[in-house]
Ligand binder design. Structure first.
Ligand code: HEC
Ligand code: HEC
Ligand code: HEC
Ligand code: HEC
Length: 128
């Protein structure tokens, strides 16, 4: 009997570990937006909570933010999750929305549209 319980506990512990590591390494926890393109920031860090946003108004799924376009057309069910916005939005050739505007347009427009979430500089950029 005791052996059986120990066995069950062991299995539960392993399962817990797996779930924990998925959360810890998927990069989708709450935290600060740290796009690698901004090596020297001029504004304070921006806090962002993935999990909260997955339940927020206006968010359909991951691709609401992690979108994919082809020939200028949004591919509705494709997602670019796992890629940084800067991998596409560096805007050197001028035909894509520049990175800072890409962030501001995506975050801010939705907050304005949904009348929820911060819309001022200081509301998003927390001074260190
Ligand atoms: C409301 C917008 C939004 C939604 C919805 C969203 N994300 Fe994100 N996600 C972001 C932003 C912004 C970043 C930070 C991008 C960066 O650092 O370049 C990010 C970063 C990530 C990263 C880390 C990428 C990296 O460069 O390290 C992963 C992985 C990720 N998201 C997965 C997901 C998944 C999976 C979902 C759906 C369950 C999702 N996201 C939904 C906005 C969103
Ligand atoms: C795989 C490449 C790619 C990734 C990754 C990507 N984008 Fe885009 N994005 C595009 C393309 C292409 C367009 C359409 C051309 C344009 O409007 O500049 C676009 C359009 C936009 C637009 C204007 C249209 C709209 O949907 O509102 C915003 C805002 C935007 N992106 C923000 C972001 C943000 C923020 C991220 C990161 C969470 C991101 N993008 C990640 C390629 C990408
Ligand atoms: C498609 C819609 C949408 C997009 C895109 C979006 N948000 Fe939000 N956000 C919301 C909504 C809705 C709320 C309010 C949720 C609530 O109060 O329940 C919110 C709330 C917030 C809050 C307040 C959280 C709190 O705990 O009060 C912060 C900070 C935030 N968003 C940051 C961001 C950032 C940074 C981005 C861009 C990377 C972003 N959001 C993109 C819809 C969006
Ligand atoms: C809804 C949220 C939101 C609002 C409002 C907002 N920002 Fe941002 N901003 C972001 C996010 C997200 C990034 C990307 C941050 C990163 O990767 O470090 C960013 C990046 C920046 C950057 C480039 C990175 C840096 O720190 O140098 C500047 C500059 C900036 N914002 C200035 C402003 C100014 C000025 C305002 C007010 C007019 C403003 N932002 C309002 C979310 C916001």
């Amino acid at each position: 009997m005791l052996k059986k319980i120990t066995g069950i506990l062991f299995v539960l512990a392993i399962l817990g570990l797996i779930v924990f590591s998925i959360n810890a390494f998927s990069g989708i926890d709450e935290g600060t937006v740290t796009d690698p393109a901004f090596s020297r920031k001029t504004r304070g860090d921006v806090f962002f909570d993935h999990e909260m946003h997955m339940g927020a108004a206006g968010v359909v799924d991951c691709s609401t933010c992690h979108h994919v376009y082809e020939d200028g057309k949004l591919l509705e069910f494709e997602s670019s999750e796992g890629m940084s916005c800067s991998e596409c939005h560096l805007g050197k050739d001028g035909d894509i929305l520049p990175l800072i505007e890409a962030y501001h347009q995506q975050c801010r427009s939705c907050h304005i549209e949904e009348k929820a979430g911060p819309v001022t500089c200081a509301g998003c950029h927390k001074t260190p």
